[in-house]
Design a protein around this ligand. Structure first.
Ligand SMILES: Nc1ncnc2c1ncn2[C@@H]1O[C@H](COP(=O)(O)OP(=O)(O)O)[C@@H](O)[C@H]1O
Ligand SMILES: [Mg+2]
Length: 322
């Protein structure tokens, strides 16, 4: 098996607000191997982006704080690095692709200038080699006519092409870990499929470890090797993607999978999960999914279920699973 690139252990992240402590991440653990894609899936507000920002140490300070845990990248705990060391890590070892490409591109610079800036910042290259590196970053993202494209501005590109440019910038530092936060959400279905194929291609060429954040289990099935199902700041189930689709163990996982539209079952009414996630300001005792669970028992209301390891790769936190 390939090496573990990132290991997150018992991560806790809170926002200290006027209303009190918002426990956005409440004890999350997972790992990602070289060349592997680990998915984080869950409804809006469950803590997916905050997990990514915690790893990058880009939480809005001083409100957002990691209060406990370890984030180990290739043997180094990122939480122990100075700000300066962390900046170097962000450039060389980890990068992130955000949902909206327009917020990550600067409208007044050409595509080429923006990628070149990232190359100069992160790679020690003589100036006469920068353009070749920019072109190769665009090629990696399968952007046609890269020599022409470098002279264009973001507004001249389609949404899908812009998202590829963002990908080219993220990959231009040759990271070991790429965090992609809902990178396909703003794209239509065809472009989305192309973009996902591109990720596989990039991974085959670079062996980068990827954390793929999404609210869509359909996307998970297409790109992730393993997945963690997140709910109200906790991962409730982790398993290889195939296994979780075949036999989800947590009622929340099953409900999420049931709410994915299936092409061959067009007429069937889509299942949706009743109710809302709990407030992270004041979590009641017991299982955090209990109020929405259709198969809950008395104990679920009173005690938080422990994590049960079904095997090396499959863990679940549910009183129904022993
Ligand atoms: N700046 C902030 N201030 C206070 N709470 C925040 C802030 N950002 C996020 N949160 C809390 O963290 C939770 C998780 O947010 P986020 O990770 O962005 O969710 P998502 O899974 O949709 O990416 C939110 O539900 C919210 O309660
Ligand atoms: Mg988010």
């Amino acid at each position: 098996m390939s090496n573990i690139v990132l290991q997150v252990e018992n991560l806790h992240t809170s926002f200290f607000t006027r209303a009190g402590e918002v426990k956005a991440i409440d004890g999350v653990s997972f790992y990602v191997r070289e060349g592997e894609t680990f998915g984080i899936v869950g409804e809006s507000g469950c803590g997916k982006s905050v997990t990514g920002l915690s790893i990058l140490r880009l939480l809005p300070e001083p409100a957002g704080q990691v209060t406990e845990g370890k984030i180990i990248l290739e043997g180094k705990n990122l939480l122990e690095l100075s700000k300066k060391e962390m900046r170097a890590y962000r450039g060389k070892m980890i990068s992130m692709i955000l949902q909206d490409p327009m917020t990550s591109l600067n409208p007044v610079y050409t595509v080429g200038d923006q990628i070149a800036e990232s190359v100069r910042l992160h790679q020690d290259l003589p100036e006469n080699m920068v353009e070749a590196e920019v072109v190769s970053a665009l090629r990696l993202l399968r952007i046609p006519d890269p020599e022409m494209r470098i002279k264009e501005y973001p507004f001249q590109l389609s949404g899908g092409m812009r998202q590829r440019v963002v990908g080219a910038i993220a990959m231009s530092c040759r990271p070991r870990l790429l965090i992609a936060d809902e990178p396909t959400t703003a794209l239509d279905a065809t472009i989305q499929a192309q973009y996902i194929a591109l990720f596989e291609d990039i991974q085959a060429k670079t062996n980068v470890a990827i954390i793929f954040i999404t609210h869509d289990f359909g996307v998970v099935s297409r790109i992730c090797d393993r997945v963690g199902v997140m709910y109200a700041g906790k991962i409730l189930e982790t398993a290889p993607t195939r296994e979780i689709f075949k036999a989800p163990k947590h009622p929340y996982t099953a409900a999420l999978i049931n709410s994915v539209p299936q092409l061959d079952k067009k007429d069937e009414k889509l299942f949706s999960i009743e109710g809302q996630p709990p407030s992270l300001l004041n979590l009641p005792p017991g299982c955090r999914f209990y109020p929405r669970c259709t198969v809950s028992m008395d104990i679920c209301k009173e005690q938080e279920p422990p994590e049960v390891k079904l095997d090396d790769n499959h863990s679940v936190s549910c009183w129904r699973v022993k």
